[in-house]
Ligand binder design. Structure first.
Ligand SMILES: NC(=O)c1ccc[n+]([C@@H]2O[C@H](COP(=O)([O-])OP(=O)(O)OC[C@H]3O[C@@H](n4cnc5c(N)ncnc54)[C@H](OP(=O)(O)O)[C@@H]3O)[C@@H](O)[C@H]2O)c1
Length: 261
């Protein structure tokens, strides 16, 4: 057997909530390049179509599923559409989230409306599609892979008004361990990747500020911010048979940033 076969995911079906986004669309294409058929999920057909084209360009089949992943009915329907199209669900990569830099408040003043918005965007939109996908995995009886996209902020405080985001990503880290514990008996592994800044539109305004970028990069031993390609190795590991004995883990992808803390 070729050792690299363990990283192939041919015949598998992956669902990427947030698959129209900057990170999600690249991950969807990477999963396709490794052999998976991919459903990209989001609220905007146009961005999903662009992501589906990347999946097809990587040599696989794509489905677009339009829905709001804070709605249980939409999450259930998007997984049902995947089952109708492809007959199975093996992998879910949760790529909805963010909002951190948009709502910054001192912790003692953090307003409930913004707190709830960050939680809906990061936690509820991860919870609902995962529940629906895992029900399908359990019914399928073939096991599965869940990969959450957290952030180094799940583990590290920052003196910049990030309370809700830090708490939401901390919740994702805790759910990663809890789901790993509960679903291991079904052959389903659950892991998370936690990047520092990845060069994407969500953080472009911050990274375009040379002072901000210089201060950030000076704290990262590898001396640069992340690119979406920097996530692919871990994504393929956690979504393939190569990680069969790895579950409940949170891998920082941060050029060594957390190693210095
Ligand atoms: N970028 C970074 O530097 C960075 C660093 C660390 C961690 N992360 C994490 O990586 C993940 C992806 O970030 P990104 O930069 O790729 O964000 P992004 O480009 O904004 O992508 C997020 C996608 O989620 C979709 N979405 C949002 N709310 C939704 C909902 N209720 N239902 C369905 N789809 C929804 C959006 O599409 P629609 O609006 O069309 O629905 C969008 O395409 C997030 O969890 C973020 O916290 C990012």
């Amino acid at each position: 057997m070729d050792i690299l076969d363990g990283f192939r995911i041919d015949e598998r079906v992956a669902v990427v909530p947030g698959g129209g986004g900057a990170i999600g669309s690249e991950i969807a294409a990477a999963l396709a390049a490794a052999g998976a058929r991919v459903t990209v999920v989001g609220r905007t057909e146009e961005t999903l179509e662009r992501a589906a084209a990347k999946v097809r360009g990587a040599g696989s089949e794509a489905l677009t599923a339009v829905g709001d992943m804070t709605s249980e009915a939409d999450a259930t329907r998007c997984i049902a559409e995947t089952l109708d199209a492809f007959g199975r669900v093996d992998i879910v990569v949760n790529a909805i989230g963010g909002g951190a830099g948009k709502v910054l408040f001192d912790a003692q003043e953090y307003p409930q409306t913004e707190w709830d918005w960050i939680y809906e965007l990061n936690v509820r939109s991860t919870l609902l599609p995962t529940q629906a996908a895992v029900r399908a995995m359990i019914d399928g009886g073939r096991g599965g892979r869940v990969l959450n996209i957290s952030s180094v902020r799940g583990q590290l405080g920052i003196n910049a008004g990030y309370s809700a985001y830090v708490a939401a990503k901390g919740a994702i880290d805790s759910l990663t361990r809890q789901w790993a514990t509960e679903w291991a008996s079904h052959g389903i592994t659950v892991n998370a990747i936690s990047p520092t800044f990845v060069d994407t539109p969500q953080v472009a305004m911050l990274l375009d500020d040379p002072d901000f970028k210089q201060a950030l990069v000076s704290r990262i031993p590898v001396a640069r911010v992340g690119q979406t390609e920097d996530l692919f190795g871990a994504v393929l590991l956690f979504c393939s048979d190569a990680s069969a004995f790895i579950t409940g883990q949170i891998l920082t992808i941060d050029g060594g940033l957390t190693a210095t803390q």
